[in-house]
Design a protein around this ligand. Structure first.
Ligand SMILES: [Fe+2]
Ligand SMILES: [Fe+2]
Length: 218
């Protein structure tokens, strides 16, 4: 079983951020000695891609954790659907695996995580909890919307990834399949039956796309 990262541990933002902020000229990276080196646009693009993937998986974990918290509270009151809780827990476990993989990749490639991580920590959880409070079908609508955007995002990356990035290609392919399965699970559990589904789904998709753009750059 994959090792579960501990989310109570703060990501190593400080150290990595400082190094990043020390760049004097935009577009130039530093080597181990701190000297500036040229970084190709291709490399920068790949780093942005990895940063946003990590952020996306982090956000996904937090969304599911927010939903789980609400369902657990309902369970204590005897009003939760146990199968639904198990389903969401399973998806959360898979997101933890995806996140652990990107944690490793970012560390290996010395790519800093997005400085927005603390924001996604709160926003993801809030989105999960809010939709779960709206009802189990709304929680599923949230999953369907987020996973659809993430799946498309991964497909775009697979289409543009260099041929020599075989390992990364295989990982993203696997994760995309998991996201597709999550979306299908959500649809099977009546996501589209949520009152106001189209508006809710549209808003969540727009928010997810915005979060992707922000995480690439910040
Ligand atoms: Fe994921
Ligand atoms: Fe997912």
């Amino acid at each position: 079983m994959a090792r579960r990262p501990d989310f109570r541990e703060k990501p190593k933002l400080k150290k990595l951020d400082r190094r990043d902020m020390s760049l004097k000229r935009p577009g130039l990276a530093t080597d181990r000695t701190g000297a500036q080196t040229s970084s190709s646009p291709k490399k920068r693009r790949l780093n942005e891609m990895l940063r946003v993937d990590h952020a996306g998986e982090y956000g996904a974990v937090r969304i599911y954790q927010g939903q789980i918290a609400v369902l657990k509270a309902r369970k204590r009151r005897g009003t939760a659907d146990d199968d639904m809780l198990k389903t969401i827990r399973h998806m959360e476990e898979q997101e933890q695996e995806h996140l652990a993989a990107f944690n490793k990749i970012l560390n290996e490639r010395k790519v800093r995580p997005t400085a927005m991580t603390p924001v996604w920590h709160v926003a993801g959880y809030a989105l999960g909890a809010t939709t779960a409070l709206m009802g189990e079908k709304a929680a599923m609508a949230c999953t369907a919307a987020v996973e659809e955007v993430i799946e498309e995002h991964y497909q775009d990356q697979l289409d543009t990834l260099d041929a020599d990035e075989e390992e990364l290609h295989a990982a993203i392919t696997q994760f995309r399949e998991d996201e597709l399965a999550h979306r299908d699970t959500a649809l099977d559990h009546g996501a589209e039956e949520t009152p106001g589904y189209r508006a809710l789904s549209g808003a969540i998709k727009a928010g997810t796309r915005l979060a992707i753009r922000i995480s690439e750059r910040i």
